[in-house]
Design a protein around this ligand. Structure first.
Ligand SMILES: [Zn+2]
Length: 237
């Protein structure tokens, strides 16, 4: 393979190439290393300036964003957040900040399924994250449980939220298959599979591929005496 030559002053992430710089440890193997300068600005606006040796393939991948100082900066910023609130260091604060990002941060990958759909956080929680932590601790939160909205189209409020052992990131995806129960609660196919302890693929095959419909599929898998919820036909979105 031809060696890619990287020009001086090229910037990858925050790393600016100074010159090629062979690594003595890897002299035997044909690996190209570059000496780069870290351009990350600290909180006072000064450039880090740290010089490190980076393998060319790593540089080209864009993976290293700094000499390592960026991680330290992020850590400092998080510590500042952690001391602002009484429960700032509580693991629930992590859940809170993700919830807030999904609803209000347009750059969050899940924003389209939350904020753009008009999903909000109730004012009390939004303005007082501590109150969210207090509410959660008295409403069944345990390690490993995830925050879930009972009704996918409604906001994050004490009434609409609960802690469940499923992964809502997968279940709440908008491109999933949706069903509405007679109580107007919306379930995705994977939520139903979890709820009734059925393998997703099995339920999907009966309900969708073999076109039996969700009620018939549940009846076949679980038997007649099983109390499943009556569900509307799927809502494709
Ligand atoms: Zn640096």
């Amino acid at each position: 393979m031809r060696k890619t030559i990287i020009k001086r002053h090229t910037v990858f992430g925050n790393l600016q190439v100074i010159r090629e710089c062979p690594c003595p440890k890897h002299a035997a193997v044909k690996r190209t290393y570059y000496l780069v300068k870290c351009l990350v600005k600290n909180k006072y606006g000064n450039i880090c300036g740290n010089k490190i040796r980076v393998r060319s393939s790593q540089l080209l991948s864009g993976l290293p964003k700094s000499c390592g100082c960026l991680l330290k900066l992020v850590g400092e910023r998080n510590r500042a957040i952690n001391t602002r609130y009484k429960y700032g260091k509580h693991p629930l604060m992590h859940i809170f900040s993700h919830m807030r990002a999904r609803c209000y941060n347009k750059k969050h990958p899940s924003y389209k399924n939350y904020g753009r759909r008009g999903i909000k956080i109730c004012k009390k929680w939004l303005h007082d994250p501590d109150s969210f932590v207090i509410w959660s601790m008295s409403h069944g939160w345990r390690f490993g449980l995830t925050l879930d909205r009972r009704n996918n189209n409604k906001n994050y409020t004490p009434k609409n939220c609960r802690f469940i052992p499923w992964k809502p990131q997968q279940n709440n995806r908008r491109n999933n298959i949706f069903y509405r129960s007679n109580k107007k609660i919306i379930y995705t196919l994977s939520e139903l599979a979890d709820k009734y302890n059925i393998k997703y693929n099995y339920l999907h095959r009966l309900a969708r591929r073999e076109k039996l419909g969700i009620n018939q599929a549940l009846k076949i898998i679980k038997g007649k005496k099983y109390h499943y919820i009556q569900l509307d036909g799927y809502i494709a979105r």
